[in-house]
Design a protein around this ligand. Structure first.
Ligand code: M6R
Length: 366
């Protein structure tokens, strides 16, 4: 049932070109520059006048929410707040009928996310769900929603569900932009045409597997690891760190690269691997200076770079290339090598990759 793979996690990592395609099927019309989301179309009018969006989720789904924040603010120009469901539910948050709450959950059964939904619902907000498991509790609690259609995810570490959540959030951002008129049809044609080909780029990213294995071999005995990124590379860094810690038990932290100087830089020495999301986008130059700061302190730099990069290659100890893409789609591609890196490190350390200690696939208690 693992389809010839050693673990479900690896199978699920390799399924991503397909799961993302499944997630987009029937929802994007690149030639017309149109996004259709049947699940939330009843609310199409409402979306023209909302004041803000609150995203609630836990763990990896919360990281997807952070990517969603960048995309929705960039394209639909609606202010977004991303909240840990467990914190949100116990505050006394200000919620009005004009708010839309988006709850993200692979399983659709996470206790804290459910409680956050119930609270926001009582206060009059409209609740959308982004779930993977059809008919789970969360889709039944929400007013409307969009399924991720990633297929069953067995590995406790979320992989294909994460990229499908990010895909749905990308579609939602474009859909809202279309409703609000904050994007032109020609821009949408351009973006959707590229999005349509993202599964092929993910396929290319998967082809670095052997190289990633070599990098894993070099850093597998580390006790700590830092993941740094900027812009939408920051949630990718957080997700990379979570993946590593949950399956390999190496202590890992994700940080916005510029925050390094405000504390974590003190940790850097020759023993410390630092994984950078250093693709060629708007923060490229800034990330390069952060890499220099790490190298000056003898840290080991592993960089996720755009194919053909020469600048970062001069400084980094190891570079893993991914295909170039519009900044909006980079999280979808840059996540892939980080999933593989964690996977190989965990296998090399003899860890139970699919069922890490102390963890459950869905956290149904608070
Ligand atoms: O089913 P959910 O998306 O609501 O689960 C949320 C988290 O428990 C989950 O993402 C967790 O962080 C994963 N094990 C991470 O790989």
């Amino acid at each position: 049932e693992k389809g010839g793979f050693d673990h479900f996690m690896l199978k699920e990592i390799y399924e991503q070109p397909r799961s993302i395609k499944d997630c987009m099927r029937g929802r994007i019309y690149p030639e017309e520059g149109k996004v259709q989301l049947g699940g939330i179309k009843e609310f199409a009018e409402k979306l023209k006048n909302i004041d803000r969006i609150i995203i609630v989720a836990c763990g990896t789904s919360w990281h997807a929410g952070l990517v969603g924040e960048y995309l929705i603010e960039e394209y639909a120009r609606i202010p977004v707040e991303v909240e840990y469901a467990s914190e949100f539910r116990y505050r006394n948050p200000i919620i009005t009928e004009k708010d839309v709450v988006i709850a993200i959950s692979q399983s659709g059964e996470t206790a804290d996310t459910m409680a956050a939904i119930e609270m926001a619902k009582e206060r009059g907000a409209t609740i959308f769900g982004i779930c993977n498991v059809a008919g789970a509790s969360i889709p039944r609690l929400t007013h409307a929603g969009v399924y991720t259609h990633a297929g069953p995810e067995i590995g406790v570490a979320s992989t294909k569900a994460f990229t499908a959540q990010v895909t749905v959030l990308t579609l939602m951002a474009f859909y809202m932009a279309q409703q609000k008129g904050t994007i032109t049809t020609s821009k949408l044609i351009e973006l959707l045409t590229e999005l349509d080909h993202i599964p092929e780029k993910i396929q290319v990213a998967l082809e670095s597997n052997e190289l990633i294995k070599e990098v894993a071999e070099k850093i597998k005995d580390s006790t700590n690891c830092l993941f740094l990124g900027r812009g939408s590379g920051f949630p990718v860094a957080l997700e990379g760190a979570l993946k590593l810690k949950e399956i390999s038990y190496i202590h890992a932290e994700g940080y916005p690269a510029a925050e390094m100087k405000h504390g974590p830089i003190a940790l850097i020495d020759e023993e410390m691997p630092v994984v950078f999301i250093a693709t060629q986008n708007s923060s490229y130059e800034k990330v390069i200076s952060n890499i220099q700061e790490v190298k000056a302190r003898k840290g080991k730099v592993i960089a996720i770079v755009t194919q053909g990069d020469t600048e970062v290659k001069k400084m980094a100890d190891y570079c893993i290339e991914i295909p170039d893409a519009n900044e909006a789609f980079l999280p979808l591609i840059a996540t892939i090598p980080l999933q593989l890196l964690s996977y190989h490190i965990a296998v090399m350390r003899g860890c139970n990759v699919d069922q890490p200690r102390n963890l459950a696939k869905s956290v149904t208690v608070e």
